[in-house]
Design a protein around this ligand. Structure first.
Ligand SMILES: Cc1cc2nc3c(=O)[nH]c(=O)nc-3n(C[C@H](O)[C@H](O)[C@H](O)COP(=O)(O)OP(=O)(O)OC[C@H]3O[C@@H](n4cnc5c(N)ncnc54)[C@H](O)[C@@H]3O)c2cc1C
Length: 499
């Protein structure tokens, strides 16, 4: 990277969001762009999460780009290696390699109000860009709780998203902390080989069976020779999930039936009523992400597994002490404790027009216009921004909607011509978020009686989209210029002269 390189667009991150943005920019005829990635390969989530059992929980034919169908998915819910290989393939097929800058962690980016551009400082040098697309991922920076005594634990410690494959778990006493989406995949994968597995569960999840099976060679051949069949399959997977949205957003009581199915799923494997009671959530299903697994409960029923229905409170040497006082001596601790979602680290590294960081602007909670633009941060947008998450469907649908918005943003800048920037109007951001939060009031995420990572430190739901993916698609089809201030180079000097 040269000292003063300038590009039209800088994309940050090379997961589904960043790679999708790169493909879309090429399609729009924009070739003057770079993709800045802190790691040394593409894949994001699917490069970093290599834990045993890691797989998607939305069927592969829906959890993939619409513009890059894959007739070769080996399973209905494919594993991490296959999803990672798919993203490498996307980078090759769409000739994105020349744009990729690995080992380039964005340390800071600052809006230059005179030049109407972003000055970006990365671990591999400086550059500037007219427009920034931040695709750093909502689940990209692992969160490990600050447990008293953790520093002096003599054994091995790692987070699910940074699995240490050099450490052999066979025959070890292992603690799994957390019962989220990653943990319920890890538990059945490691239970057969560890000596003892102690699971620290603060809140039990609702778990439905995952109908995962190998996709036969014949099916794959049909999808390859008749691509329409793969499209129909994707359409059906999408349609079923769209129909579920009303229950999550407007009629949470209807979810009682699903709770019954989840209870049956548990009862099939867990015969002991006391354990069943510990595993039964006391909140409405859907309030926290519904997890999918066929082998989680059977693994918990194995004799080498101890369920501690309490969070980890303290560590004394190699003894883990739960909040309820239960003790377990272990050789290794695996934290399945999630990510920095509502406090995304990149927000500390974006300095806007008034010198404030995005994190400061978002002190009261993250909010963005149509999940993309923040007021005071011109020509900047985020992919999977505030209130774009889904409880029941594929994030790729939301990413592709945001890429439509990005494409129109670039087009609008072209149409306006010259040195120009678009800055979301505070009133437009407020109005959008007011509508989102009004709709949120009835949803299961806000009324279901749980605390979850969907809610920020203020108890506000700044992560989930309270509607269907098609509503979001419509809302992000175009950039409405009435929602933006148009900034032109020279405006500031003119304003100063007039004053
Ligand atoms: C284990 C797991 C399973 C999941 N399963 C599903 C699923 O089944 N269905 C679903 O819809 N969603 C799932 N998700 C959510 C998933 O994160 C999204 O679907 C999607 O992969 C996000 O893509 P992204 O590109 O936005 O972010 P990421 O894939 O996280 O990519 C972000 C990239 O940005 C890079 N980056 C971050 N900060 C910087 C910086 N400062 N400078 C340079 N580079 C930076 C990171 O290194 C990373 O490569 C899952 C998440 C996890 C963790």
């Amino acid at each position: 990277m040269t000292e003063h390189e300038h590009v039209r667009v800088a994309v940050i991150g090379s997961g589904f969001g960043g790679l999708g943005a790169a493909v879309r920019l090429r399609r729009e005829g924009v070739t003057d762009f770079v993709v800045l990635e802190r790691a040394d390969s593409v894949g994001g989530t699917w490069r970093d999460n290599t834990y045993p059992g890691c797989a998607c929980d939305v069927p592969s034919h829906l959890y993939s780009f619409s513009f890059a169908p894959n007739a070769h998915w080996p399973r209905t819910f494919s594993g991490q290696q296959h999803i990672r290989a798919y993203l490498e393939h996307v980078a090759d097929v769409f000739r994105l390699r020349p744009h990729l800058r690995f080992g380039s962690e964005v340390k800071m980016m600052t809006w230059d109000a005179d030049k109407l551009r972003w000055d970006i400082e990365t671990s591999s040098g400086r550059l500037s860009a007219d427009f920034v697309v931040s695709a750093t991922g909502p689940l990209s920076d692992p969160k490990t709780p600050d447990i008293p005594g953790l520093d002096s634990f003599p054994g091995k410690v790692f987070h699910s998203a940074r699995w240490d494959h050099d450490y052999d778990l066979r025959g070890k006493r292992v603690a799994m902390v957390g019962t989220g989406a990653s943990a319920i995949q890890i538990v059945p994968a490691i239970q057969p080989e560890v000596a003892r597995l102690t699971l620290f569960q603060r809140t039990p999840p609702w778990v439905m069976p995952r109908v995962d099976r190998a996709i036969s060679a014949a099916e794959r051949r049909i999808h390859q020779t008749l691509p329409l069949t793969a499209q129909i399959r994707r359409g059906l997977l999408w349609g079923i999930r769209e129909l579920q949205v009303q229950a999550f957003t407007k009629h949470p009581n209807q979810l009682g039936l699903v709770e019954r199915l989840a209870r049956q799923n548990m009862a099939r494997a867990i015969k002991d009523p006391e354990t069943r009671a510990k595993l039964t959530p006391d909140y409405r299903i859907g309030c926290k992400r519904i997890l999918l697994s066929r082998d989680y409960y059977p693994a918990l029923a194995r004799p080498n597994v101890d369920l501690v229905a309490s969070g980890l409170g303290e560590i004394r040497g190699s003894t883990l002490v739960a909040a309820d006082g239960t003790e377990a001596e272990v050789d290794a601790i695996v934290f399945g404790t999630g990510f920095h979602v509502t406090d995304m680290p990149i927000a500390d590294r974006v300095v806007g027009a008034d010198g404030r960081t995005l994190a400061e602007a978002w002190k009261g909670g993250m909010e963005a216009l149509r999940g993309a633009s923040a007021a005071g941060f011109p020509n900047w947008m985020t992919v999977i921004g505030p209130n774009t998450g889904l409880g029941n469907s594929s994030m790729i649908l939301m990413i592709e909607s945001q890429l439509n918005y990005m494409a129109d943003f670039v087009r609008q800048l072209d149409v306006l011509g010259g040195r120009v920037a678009l800055d979301a109007r505070p009133a437009a951001v407020r109005a959008w978020n007011h509508r989102v939060q009004e709709r949120m009031k009835r949803t299961v995420w806000n009324t279901g009686g749980c605390t979850s990572w969907y809610l920020d430190a203020n108890g506000r739901n700044s992560t989930v989209w309270p509607g269907t993916t098609s509503e979001f698609r419509r809302a992000t089809r175009r950039v409405d210029l009435a929602e933006y201030d148009v900034l032109r180079a020279g405006d500031r000097e003119n304003a100063e002269v007039t004053a």
